[in-house]
Design a protein around this ligand. Structure first.
Ligand SMILES: [Zn+2]
Ligand SMILES: [Zn+2]
Length: 70
């Protein structure tokens, strides 16, 4: 029997797989962002990545760095 990496309790349905590392989690323990479910670690990474992507998009669109505003 595998334990949930988030809460440490045995896995029982309903479970869900982390979209990034494939770890099995309780449905209630998974973090959801951008329409996908992640474990704790991958959620952190996904959030970071989303921020980077947004920053990159903004720079491509505006071609202005935020520092210009000061
Ligand atoms: Zn859990
Ligand atoms: Zn994961």
């Amino acid at each position: 029997m595998v334990d949930c990496p988030i809460c440490g309790k045995p896995l029982e349905p309903p479970t869900i797989e982390c979209s990034s590392c494939g770890a099995e989690l309780h449905h209630a323990c998974a973090k959801r962002t951008m329409g996908k479910s992640y474990c704790k670690n991958c959620y952190k990474q996904a959030k970071k990545q989303t921020r980077f992507e947004r920053m990159a998009q903004r720079e491509t669109l505006g071609r202005e760095k935020p520092s210009n505003m000061w």
